[in-house]
Design a protein around this ligand. Sequence first.
Ligand SMILES: O=C(O)CCC(=O)C(=O)O
Ligand SMILES: [Fe+2]
Length: 198
Amino acid sequence: MTSDLSGLAQAELDYRPRWVEPDLADLWLQRLIADTPWTQPRIRLYGRTFEVPRLVAWYGDPEARYRYSGLVHQPLPWSPLLADIRDRLQQSTGLSLNGVLLNFYRDGQDAMGWHSDDEPELGPEPVVVSLNLGATRRFDLRRKGCSRIEHSLPLEHGSLLVMRGPTQHHWQHQIARTRRVSEPRVNLTFRQIIRESI
Ligand SMILES: O=C(O)CCC(=O)C(=O)O
Ligand SMILES: [Fe+2]
């Protein structure tokens, strides 16, 4: 495993610890947990239905329809808090972001399996700006087609992880279940939906 993100070939990853100061991050975490209309989508896999092991919500500009867990989601209109966070992120990264997927991991039993964020509506070089609030969880990276984890990164309270360029073509990521974490975590992945393809 490497400890340096810049050492990963065919990836463009930028980790910024303490992108937001801890007090404000605490406030955002509490408000998002309390005020978001969380849902738990069901997915069909091998002829059976499962509930995804986390809660989610999708917000964005009206045209930013997005497919996840096999379903097309119409965005909720930006709340004042999410619009404020989006403005700060756009200023700080210079990227334009028109939707955000919120993931609520209630404790270490909630997780996200291996995947790439490579849906067609994200365009040829998907941009994912990921804000981390709450419990530190481990973010694993592996090359597509390989089962070996090549890099792991603890995503800390208030940190930002930006993935762009060819990353989603060549790499998959996951948030694995863990017995070590009992605190909640909310992750916000801001995206650029660049094409009306669904
Ligand atoms: O929770 C995380 O840090 C990862 C979320 C993620 O991979 C996604 O929303 O596509
Ligand atoms: Fe992802």
